[in-house]
Design a protein around this ligand. Structure first.
Ligand code: FAD
Ligand code: FES
Length: 288
Protein backbone atom coordinates (compact mmCIF):
# COMPACT_ATOMS: atom_id res chain seq x y z
CA UNK A 1 0.00 0.00 0.00
CA UNK A 2 1.33 3.46 -0.86
CA UNK A 3 1.04 6.51 1.37
CA UNK A 4 -2.15 7.74 -0.26
CA UNK A 5 -3.86 4.67 -1.68
CA UNK A 6 -3.59 0.99 -2.41
CA UNK A 7 -0.72 -0.13 -4.62
CA UNK A 8 -1.64 -0.96 -8.19
CA UNK A 9 0.35 -4.06 -9.17
CA UNK A 10 0.39 -4.97 -12.86
CA UNK A 11 -0.02 -8.50 -14.18
CA UNK A 12 3.12 -10.15 -15.55
CA UNK A 13 2.84 -10.78 -19.30
CA UNK A 14 0.91 -13.90 -20.33
CA UNK A 15 -0.83 -16.56 -18.32
CA UNK A 16 0.91 -18.75 -15.74
CA UNK A 17 0.09 -22.01 -14.05
CA UNK A 18 -0.86 -21.88 -10.37
CA UNK A 19 -1.37 -24.97 -8.23
CA UNK A 20 -4.69 -25.57 -6.50
CA UNK A 21 -4.27 -26.07 -2.75
CA UNK A 22 -7.87 -26.39 -1.62
CA UNK A 23 -11.43 -26.38 -2.93
CA UNK A 24 -14.06 -26.42 -0.20
CA UNK A 25 -17.83 -25.91 -0.21
CA UNK A 26 -19.25 -22.94 1.67
CA UNK A 27 -22.94 -22.06 1.78
CA UNK A 28 -23.66 -23.06 -1.83
CA UNK A 29 -20.42 -21.52 -3.16
CA UNK A 30 -16.87 -22.91 -3.43
CA UNK A 31 -13.75 -21.41 -1.92
CA UNK A 32 -10.81 -22.25 -4.19
CA UNK A 33 -7.24 -21.53 -3.08
CA UNK A 34 -4.23 -21.66 -5.39
CA UNK A 35 -0.54 -20.89 -5.05
CA UNK A 36 0.84 -18.37 -7.53
CA UNK A 37 4.60 -18.79 -7.34
CA UNK A 38 5.49 -15.95 -9.74
CA UNK A 39 2.98 -13.11 -9.60
CA UNK A 40 2.82 -9.99 -7.43
CA UNK A 41 0.45 -9.54 -4.49
CA UNK A 42 -2.91 -8.27 -5.80
CA UNK A 43 -4.56 -5.13 -4.44
CA UNK A 44 -8.15 -5.14 -3.08
CA UNK A 45 -10.66 -5.04 -5.94
CA UNK A 46 -8.36 -6.53 -8.60
CA UNK A 47 -9.33 -9.67 -10.47
CA UNK A 48 -7.82 -12.63 -12.32
CA UNK A 49 -8.84 -14.43 -15.50
CA UNK A 50 -9.01 -18.14 -14.60
CA UNK A 51 -9.17 -21.40 -16.55
CA UNK A 52 -8.57 -24.97 -15.47
CA UNK A 53 -5.45 -26.63 -16.91
CA UNK A 54 -7.49 -29.69 -17.91
CA UNK A 55 -11.08 -30.08 -19.08
CA UNK A 56 -11.56 -26.45 -20.12
CA UNK A 57 -13.75 -26.46 -23.20
CA UNK A 58 -17.01 -27.74 -24.62
CA UNK A 59 -17.93 -31.19 -25.88
CA UNK A 60 -17.44 -29.86 -29.41
CA UNK A 61 -13.80 -29.24 -28.52
CA UNK A 62 -14.08 -25.43 -28.71
CA UNK A 63 -12.22 -23.82 -25.83
CA UNK A 64 -13.97 -21.39 -23.52
CA UNK A 65 -12.36 -18.06 -22.86
CA UNK A 66 -11.00 -17.74 -19.33
CA UNK A 67 -13.44 -16.28 -16.80
CA UNK A 68 -13.03 -13.25 -14.51
CA UNK A 69 -12.92 -13.62 -10.70
CA UNK A 70 -12.24 -11.16 -7.91
CA UNK A 71 -9.54 -12.16 -5.52
CA UNK A 72 -11.17 -12.72 -2.12
CA UNK A 73 -7.99 -12.99 -0.11
CA UNK A 74 -4.25 -13.07 -0.77
CA UNK A 75 -1.51 -14.18 1.57
CA UNK A 76 2.22 -13.91 0.84
CA UNK A 77 4.31 -16.99 1.66
CA UNK A 78 7.88 -18.10 0.92
CA UNK A 79 6.73 -20.11 -2.11
CA UNK A 80 4.53 -17.38 -3.61
CA UNK A 81 1.16 -15.78 -2.96
CA UNK A 82 -1.84 -17.86 -1.95
CA UNK A 83 -4.93 -16.58 -3.76
CA UNK A 84 -8.47 -17.39 -2.61
CA UNK A 85 -11.47 -17.14 -4.93
CA UNK A 86 -15.13 -17.48 -3.96
CA UNK A 87 -17.03 -19.09 -6.84
CA UNK A 88 -20.67 -19.54 -7.69
CA UNK A 89 -21.42 -22.16 -10.36
CA UNK A 90 -23.59 -20.58 -13.02
CA UNK A 91 -22.32 -22.20 -16.22
CA UNK A 92 -19.64 -24.39 -17.81
CA UNK A 93 -16.59 -22.30 -16.80
CA UNK A 94 -17.54 -21.95 -13.15
CA UNK A 95 -18.55 -25.61 -13.02
CA UNK A 96 -15.13 -26.69 -14.32
CA UNK A 97 -13.45 -24.46 -11.71
CA UNK A 98 -15.73 -25.82 -8.97
CA UNK A 99 -14.47 -29.33 -9.81
CA UNK A 100 -10.79 -28.53 -9.21
CA UNK A 101 -8.89 -30.65 -6.69
CA UNK A 102 -5.76 -30.10 -4.65
CA UNK A 103 -2.68 -30.40 -6.89
CA UNK A 104 -4.55 -29.51 -10.10
CA UNK A 105 -3.24 -26.79 -12.39
CA UNK A 106 -5.08 -23.47 -12.70
CA UNK A 107 -4.23 -21.02 -15.48
CA UNK A 108 -4.22 -17.48 -14.12
CA UNK A 109 -3.75 -14.06 -15.70
CA UNK A 110 -3.55 -11.18 -13.28
CA UNK A 111 -3.83 -9.27 -11.10
CA UNK A 112 -5.88 -7.14 -13.51
CA UNK A 113 -7.90 -3.94 -13.31
CA UNK A 114 -7.98 -0.94 -11.01
CA UNK A 115 -8.19 -1.65 -7.29
CA UNK A 116 -10.49 0.09 -4.84
CA UNK A 117 -9.40 3.59 -3.88
CA UNK A 118 -8.23 4.19 -0.33
CA UNK A 119 -10.98 5.78 1.82
CA UNK A 120 -9.34 9.20 2.06
CA UNK A 121 -8.76 9.30 -1.69
CA UNK A 122 -12.55 9.04 -2.05
CA UNK A 123 -13.34 11.41 0.82
CA UNK A 124 -10.49 13.34 2.50
CA UNK A 125 -12.60 13.55 5.69
CA UNK A 126 -13.50 9.83 5.75
CA UNK A 127 -13.63 8.48 9.30
CA UNK A 128 -15.02 5.03 8.63
CA UNK A 129 -15.87 2.72 5.74
CA UNK A 130 -19.08 0.79 5.15
CA UNK A 131 -18.61 -2.35 3.04
CA UNK A 132 -21.81 -3.56 1.38
CA UNK A 133 -21.74 -7.01 -0.21
CA UNK A 134 -24.44 -9.02 -1.93
CA UNK A 135 -24.10 -12.76 -2.62
CA UNK A 136 -20.91 -13.73 -4.40
CA UNK A 137 -20.08 -9.98 -4.44
CA UNK A 138 -18.74 -10.27 -0.90
CA UNK A 139 -15.46 -11.61 -2.41
CA UNK A 140 -13.62 -8.35 -3.24
CA UNK A 141 -14.88 -6.75 -0.02
CA UNK A 142 -13.21 -9.50 2.00
CA UNK A 143 -9.75 -8.60 0.74
CA UNK A 144 -10.56 -4.89 1.15
CA UNK A 145 -11.63 -5.54 4.75
CA UNK A 146 -8.26 -7.11 5.55
CA UNK A 147 -6.39 -4.20 4.00
CA UNK A 148 -8.44 -1.70 6.03
CA UNK A 149 -7.84 -3.73 9.21
CA UNK A 150 -4.09 -3.73 8.57
CA UNK A 151 -4.26 0.06 8.24
CA UNK A 152 -6.34 0.39 11.41
CA UNK A 153 -9.06 2.14 9.41
CA UNK A 154 -12.53 1.68 11.04
CA UNK A 155 -14.99 -0.27 8.93
CA UNK A 156 -18.25 -2.20 9.17
CA UNK A 157 -19.53 -4.85 6.77
CA UNK A 158 -23.14 -5.30 5.69
CA UNK A 159 -23.59 -8.60 3.84
CA UNK A 160 -26.79 -9.73 2.17
CA UNK A 161 -27.85 -13.06 0.70
CA UNK A 162 -30.81 -14.32 -1.26
CA UNK A 163 -31.16 -17.57 0.72
CA UNK A 164 -29.11 -20.18 2.57
CA UNK A 165 -28.10 -21.83 -0.71
CA UNK A 166 -26.41 -18.59 -1.82
CA UNK A 167 -24.70 -17.48 1.35
CA UNK A 168 -21.11 -18.75 1.48
CA UNK A 169 -17.82 -17.28 2.58
CA UNK A 170 -18.85 -15.25 5.63
CA UNK A 171 -17.14 -17.33 8.33
CA UNK A 172 -14.04 -17.98 6.21
CA UNK A 173 -13.56 -14.44 4.86
CA UNK A 174 -15.15 -12.13 7.45
CA UNK A 175 -14.11 -13.63 10.78
CA UNK A 176 -13.00 -11.01 13.33
CA UNK A 177 -15.08 -8.31 11.63
CA UNK A 178 -18.08 -6.29 12.64
CA UNK A 179 -20.63 -7.83 10.26
CA UNK A 180 -24.37 -7.33 9.95
CA UNK A 181 -26.28 -9.82 7.84
CA UNK A 182 -29.46 -9.63 5.79
CA UNK A 183 -31.21 -12.42 3.92
CA UNK A 184 -34.25 -12.35 1.68
CA UNK A 185 -35.51 -15.65 3.12
CA UNK A 186 -34.82 -14.58 6.71
CA UNK A 187 -32.39 -17.45 7.47
CA UNK A 188 -29.79 -15.03 8.85
CA UNK A 189 -29.96 -11.51 10.23
CA UNK A 190 -32.44 -8.94 8.96
CA UNK A 191 -35.15 -10.38 6.69
CA UNK A 192 -34.93 -8.27 3.58
CA UNK A 193 -32.30 -6.50 1.54
CA UNK A 194 -28.82 -5.49 2.61
CA UNK A 195 -29.66 -2.02 1.30
CA UNK A 196 -32.24 -1.73 4.14
CA UNK A 197 -29.30 -2.01 6.58
CA UNK A 198 -27.30 0.52 4.58
CA UNK A 199 -30.16 3.01 4.58
CA UNK A 200 -30.47 2.79 8.38
CA UNK A 201 -26.73 3.16 8.80
CA UNK A 202 -26.48 6.15 6.48
CA UNK A 203 -29.40 7.83 8.25
CA UNK A 204 -27.41 7.59 11.49
CA UNK A 205 -24.02 8.56 10.01
CA UNK A 206 -22.70 11.86 8.83
CA UNK A 207 -22.42 11.88 5.02
CA UNK A 208 -19.42 14.17 5.38
CA UNK A 209 -17.26 11.46 7.00
CA UNK A 210 -18.67 8.29 5.41
CA UNK A 211 -17.35 6.22 2.54
CA UNK A 212 -19.17 3.25 1.03
CA UNK A 213 -17.72 0.34 -0.98
CA UNK A 214 -20.09 -2.15 -2.61
CA UNK A 215 -20.13 -5.25 -4.80
CA UNK A 216 -23.09 -7.45 -5.64
CA UNK A 217 -25.96 -7.92 -8.07
CA UNK A 218 -26.67 -5.01 -10.47
CA UNK A 219 -29.99 -4.12 -8.79
CA UNK A 220 -28.30 -3.92 -5.39
CA UNK A 221 -25.42 -1.85 -6.75
CA UNK A 222 -27.81 0.55 -8.45
CA UNK A 223 -29.72 0.99 -5.17
CA UNK A 224 -26.44 1.66 -3.31
CA UNK A 225 -25.37 4.10 -6.02
CA UNK A 226 -28.66 6.03 -5.87
CA UNK A 227 -28.68 6.09 -2.04
CA UNK A 228 -25.11 7.38 -1.85
CA UNK A 229 -25.57 10.02 -4.55
CA UNK A 230 -28.79 11.29 -2.92
CA UNK A 231 -26.99 11.73 0.39
CA UNK A 232 -23.70 13.01 -1.02
CA UNK A 233 -21.80 10.01 0.39
CA UNK A 234 -18.52 9.04 -1.31
CA UNK A 235 -19.03 5.62 -2.85
CA UNK A 236 -17.11 3.16 -4.99
CA UNK A 237 -18.67 0.13 -6.68
CA UNK A 238 -17.01 -3.04 -7.97
CA UNK A 239 -18.95 -4.05 -11.11
CA UNK A 240 -18.93 -7.48 -12.75
CA UNK A 241 -19.86 -6.80 -16.37
CA UNK A 242 -19.09 -9.96 -18.38
CA UNK A 243 -15.54 -9.87 -19.77
CA UNK A 244 -14.04 -11.69 -22.71
CA UNK A 245 -10.36 -10.63 -22.69
CA UNK A 246 -9.89 -8.87 -19.33
CA UNK A 247 -7.17 -6.50 -20.58
CA UNK A 248 -8.77 -3.88 -22.82
CA UNK A 249 -8.73 -5.54 -26.26
CA UNK A 250 -12.33 -6.58 -26.98
CA UNK A 251 -14.60 -3.75 -25.68
CA UNK A 252 -16.96 -6.44 -24.38
CA UNK A 253 -17.12 -4.93 -20.89
CA UNK A 254 -18.33 -1.41 -21.80
CA UNK A 255 -20.15 0.49 -19.05
CA UNK A 256 -22.03 3.78 -19.74
CA UNK A 257 -20.53 6.90 -18.17
CA UNK A 258 -22.56 9.67 -16.49
CA UNK A 259 -20.99 12.27 -18.79
CA UNK A 260 -21.80 10.20 -21.91
CA UNK A 261 -19.71 7.59 -23.70
CA UNK A 262 -18.40 4.36 -22.25
CA UNK A 263 -15.50 2.96 -20.30
CA UNK A 264 -13.91 -0.47 -20.51
CA UNK A 265 -14.52 -1.91 -17.08
CA UNK A 266 -11.56 -4.31 -17.23
CA UNK A 267 -8.99 -1.51 -17.49
CA UNK A 268 -10.79 1.47 -15.89
CA UNK A 269 -12.57 -0.67 -13.28
CA UNK A 270 -13.79 -2.97 -11.93
CA UNK A 271 -13.83 -0.51 -9.00
CA UNK A 272 -15.50 2.72 -10.15
CA UNK A 273 -16.79 5.80 -8.37
CA UNK A 274 -20.58 5.78 -8.15
CA UNK A 275 -20.85 9.27 -9.67
CA UNK A 276 -18.74 8.32 -12.71
CA UNK A 277 -21.21 5.89 -14.24
CA UNK A 278 -24.71 6.39 -15.64
CA UNK A 279 -26.00 3.21 -14.03
CA UNK A 280 -24.75 0.10 -12.26
CA UNK A 281 -27.62 -1.93 -13.71
CA UNK A 282 -25.83 -2.84 -16.93
CA UNK A 283 -27.17 -5.78 -18.92
CA UNK A 284 -25.73 -9.16 -17.97
CA UNK A 285 -23.51 -7.65 -15.28
CA UNK A 286 -23.24 -9.44 -11.98
CA UNK A 287 -25.17 -12.23 -10.38
CA UNK A 288 -28.80 -11.98 -9.41
C1 FAD B 1 -14.42 -8.38 -12.52
C2 FAD B 1 -15.28 -9.61 -12.28
C3 FAD B 1 -15.18 -10.28 -11.07
C4 FAD B 1 -15.96 -11.42 -10.85
N1 FAD B 1 -15.81 -12.06 -9.66
C5 FAD B 1 -16.50 -13.20 -9.44
C6 FAD B 1 -16.30 -13.93 -8.23
O1 FAD B 1 -15.53 -13.53 -7.35
N2 FAD B 1 -16.99 -15.08 -8.08
C7 FAD B 1 -17.85 -15.56 -9.04
O2 FAD B 1 -18.43 -16.63 -8.86
N3 FAD B 1 -18.06 -14.88 -10.17
C8 FAD B 1 -17.39 -13.73 -10.40
N4 FAD B 1 -17.58 -13.04 -11.57
C9 FAD B 1 -18.55 -13.58 -12.53
C10 FAD B 1 -17.92 -14.72 -13.34
O3 FAD B 1 -16.92 -14.20 -14.19
C11 FAD B 1 -19.04 -15.37 -14.19
O4 FAD B 1 -19.97 -15.98 -13.34
C12 FAD B 1 -18.44 -16.43 -15.09
O5 FAD B 1 -17.72 -15.80 -16.12
C13 FAD B 1 -19.52 -17.29 -15.69
O6 FAD B 1 -18.87 -18.24 -16.52
P1 FAD B 1 -19.55 -19.64 -16.87
O7 FAD B 1 -18.81 -20.25 -18.00
O8 FAD B 1 -19.68 -20.46 -15.64
O9 FAD B 1 -20.99 -19.25 -17.30
P2 FAD B 1 -21.46 -18.63 -18.71
O10 FAD B 1 -21.92 -19.71 -19.61
O11 FAD B 1 -20.45 -17.66 -19.21
O12 FAD B 1 -22.70 -17.87 -18.17
C14 FAD B 1 -23.73 -18.61 -17.47
C15 FAD B 1 -24.77 -17.68 -17.04
O13 FAD B 1 -24.18 -16.69 -16.18
C16 FAD B 1 -24.39 -15.41 -16.73
N5 FAD B 1 -23.16 -14.64 -16.54
C17 FAD B 1 -22.13 -14.48 -17.38
N6 FAD B 1 -21.23 -13.62 -16.89
C18 FAD B 1 -21.71 -13.23 -15.71
C19 FAD B 1 -21.27 -12.33 -14.71
N7 FAD B 1 -20.19 -11.55 -14.86
N8 FAD B 1 -22.01 -12.27 -13.60
C20 FAD B 1 -23.13 -13.00 -13.47
N9 FAD B 1 -23.62 -13.79 -14.37
C21 FAD B 1 -22.93 -13.91 -15.47
C22 FAD B 1 -24.68 -15.59 -18.20
O14 FAD B 1 -25.50 -14.55 -18.66
C23 FAD B 1 -25.39 -16.92 -18.21
O15 FAD B 1 -26.74 -16.76 -17.92
C24 FAD B 1 -16.85 -11.89 -11.83
C25 FAD B 1 -16.95 -11.21 -13.05
C26 FAD B 1 -16.18 -10.07 -13.27
C27 FAD B 1 -16.27 -9.37 -14.57
S1 FES C 1 -13.02 -7.52 -21.34
FE1 FES C 1 -12.10 -7.08 -23.26
S2 FES C 1 -11.98 -4.92 -23.27
FE2 FES C 1 -12.70 -5.40 -21.28
Amino acid sequence: MSATGFDHPKAPFGRRLATVEMNAPTGGYRLVSALDSEGPDPAPGQFYMLATERGWGGVDGRPYLPRAFSVASAERRDAGVRLDFLLESVGPGTEALAGLRGGDGLWITGPLGNPFSAPRDLNPRAAGAILVGGGIGIAPLAVLRRALSRRGFPHRALLGFRDRAHSGGVSELFSCSEVRLASEDGHAGHRGYVTDLLETMLDGDSAATAVVYACGPPAMLEAVRAMSLERGVACELALETPMACGFGACFGCAVPLAEGGYMRLCVEGPAVRADRIATAATAGAGHR
